[in-house]
Ligand binder design. Structure first.
Ligand code: SIN
Length: 574
């Protein structure tokens, strides 16, 4: 017997998505935390609903192996160092004020999570065990279960959410934002039983995660289809930095999708990268963009589609990384004797919906946190293990702002230049802008028989044309296929989640292609073989949704901030 889904009724806050960012907001809004980090149940909370297209516990957070980067270790580390490492990884496009918020508030959020029940790995003496990862100048990353950090964070937050939220709408699919009178009032969603339902709320928190499924080779779960990004683009809300899809260097080269990840923490513990001849070729602890690009170049030069991670010298692999060890054993690999085949995979979208320093977007009533957001903390390339941290910090900040009765947006962080009108038209002569984004369909079929095949075609085209290293021709080629897919998807409203996801993938792919085509330089996670150098002219954000065409937001150079320069293609700072 099918049970009718609950009608949540009007909500104070509707949270879309159930990863670390969304649930960090939800638990605080539904039952504000005490100063010690525990929740109070004295009726002060708001009526919060969490809407997710899968089960509450099914989110990209659950898959996150590494860790949470936060200054918890005492004298040898400082928030200034964490800030400098983050800015250096971000290749000149971080917002220094947002990074300051991230590194200063991170440690408190980790302690609150511990108070909420999350269990992190500890040394024999009881202190938190801190690991080093790529781009970090010291060991400052906490893990849980070796490389099962996200699963533990998610467990703690799901338990707290189930205990406090007024409504949990699982297997509901948000189709579009409800925008009335210049304000977001909730969403139109498909309920579990396929009805179109308006879910109304005073505040809507977008925490829908990333868009790794735009690519055929990704570490992201099947749900990461760029839904939030597509919804805000359809609503004309500003989105930036989407050309900076970060490719994780050490995804296991194996047919499984999502690709099993071999955590950066392995390299932090001494695992080595080896090319097809067995030679080392890059600093294993360089930021991720540098390592992925070096791998792509080596694979191209050696005519291979994978390289090697050599973890044979690591002590106690099984005890330290039980989940990775189990997934390797399942496919017959023993890290104590076998080199592990690896290739880069789409992993994390550094850009997203522009927010102020409190998580407010340009549309009143709409907030965003986590991978879907562009707070400016990642710039052109996210520092390892800053993503769970960002979700915790900005999810909590927007909750505080809503509880204070504020509505945003404020002219702070990356939203300031937009709200203050400091935008520039897209560079004159950028006619190639239209090549990828509005390319005519290729000469393939006008439509495909089913959604899965169509999705697959789009994903392959994006991996082929907009992968680790792109150029104008490859982007235009991908653009033609995406245009063909768009024609096949049609303009009508999606009839179910699969069609909705495909339409969202098309929208996300088009904005990625448009920005990647425009950005005529190599910076961070965006590498162009036809423009191999970083260019000061492109020290800016490419913004969609703020008007009929893309605009540029200049990011002021911050020579006063250590590490604020951009990375050259060799990883040096210019
Ligand atoms: C990893 O453990 O390598 C992934 C962590 C991250 O994406 O920051």
């Amino acid at each position: 017997m099918s049970v009718a889904p609950p009608d949540p009724g009007p909500l104070d806050v509707l949270v879309l998505g159930s990863g670390v960012a969304g649930l960090s907001a939800a638990v605080r809004l539904a039952a504000p935390l005490t100063p010690a980090g525990g929740s109070v149940d004295d009726g002060d909370g708001l009526r919060v609903g969490v809407l997710t297209k899968a089960e509450l516990s099914q989110s990209a957070t659950r898959w996150a192996q590494g860790g949470v980067a936060a200054v918890l270790g005492g004298d040898e580390d400082s928030t200034d160092l964490h800030l400098a490492d983050t800015l250096a990884a971000g290749a000149g496009l971080c917002d220094a004020d947002a990074v300051r918020v991230l590194v200063d508030e991170g440690p408190t959020r980790v302690h609150e999570l511990i108070a909420m029940g999350a269990v992190f790995d500890r040394q024999p003496g009881g202190a938190l065990a801190l690991a080093r990862e790529g781009g970090h100048s010291t060991a400052r990353v906490v893990h849980a279960g070796g490389a099962a950090t996200g699963a533990e964070v998610e467990r703690a937050l799901v338990d707290a959410t189930r205990a406090s939220a007024a409504a949990v709408l699982e297997e509901w699919f948000a189709l579009d934002l409800l925008v009335e009178g210049g304000r977001c009032r909730g969403v139109v969603a498909l309920s579990t039983d396929g009805r179109l339902v308006e879910v109304r709320a005073t505040h809507t928190v977008l925490a829908t995660g990333g868009a790794g499924q735009v690519f055929s080779v990704t570490t992201n779960p099947a749900e990461a289809t760029g839904d939030g990004l597509a919804m805000v683009l359809r609503a004309g809300v500003a989105v930036a930095d989407v050309e900076f899809m970060q490719f994780h260097p050490t995804a296991l080269h194996h047919p499984a999708m999502p690709r099993p990840l071999l955590s950066e923490a392995l390299r932090g513990h001494g695992a080595l990268l080896r090319d097809a001849r067995g030679d080392r070729f890059v600093d294993e602890l360089a930021p991720r963009d540098v390592v992925s690009r070096a791998m792509a170049e080596r694979m191209h030069d050696q005519g291979v589609d994978s390289l090697w991670l050599d973890a044979t010298l690591l002590d106690s692999f099984d005890a330290r990384f039980p989940t990775i060890s189990a997934s390797l054993a399942a496919i017959g690999l023993d890290p104590s004797t076998d080199w592990l085949p690896i290739a880069p995979a789409a992993h994390y979208l550094s850009g997203g919906v522009l927010t102020d320093l409190w998580g407010a977007t340009a549309l009143p009533g709409l907030w965003a946190a986590g991978e879907v957001a562009c707070t400016g903390v990642h710039g052109a390339n996210r520092l390892a293990s800053n993503s769970l941290l960002e979700g915790m910090v900005f999810g909590a900040r927007l909750a505080e702002k809503i509880l204070d009765g504020d509505d945003g947006p404020t002219a702070t962080g990356v939203l300031a230049p937009l709200l203050e009108g400091r935008t520039e038209a897209v560079a004159p002569g950028s006619t190639h802008r239209t090549d990828a984004a509005a390319a005519p369909p290729d000469d393939g079929a006008a439509s495909w028989p089913d959604v899965a095949k169509t999705r697959d075609r789009l994903q392959r085209a994006m991996t082929d044309g907009a992968g680790v290293v792109r150029n104008a021709d490859s982007l235009a080629r991908a653009g033609r296929t995406v245009a063909t897919v768009a024609a096949a998807v049609g303009a009508g409203p999606p009839v179910d989640r699969a069609h909705g996801e495909l339409a969202n993938l098309v929208t996300a792919a088009r904005s990625i292609l448009e920005s990647a085509t425009l950005r005529a330089e190599t910076r961070g996670a965006h590498a162009r073989s036809d423009f191999p150098l970083v260019s000061d002219a492109w020290r800016c954000r490419i913004v969609h949704g703020a008007g009929p065409a893309a605009v540029l937001l200049r990011t002021a150079p911050r020579p006063d901030v250590p590490g604020a320069g951009a990375h050259g293609s060799d990883g040096s700072t210019t």
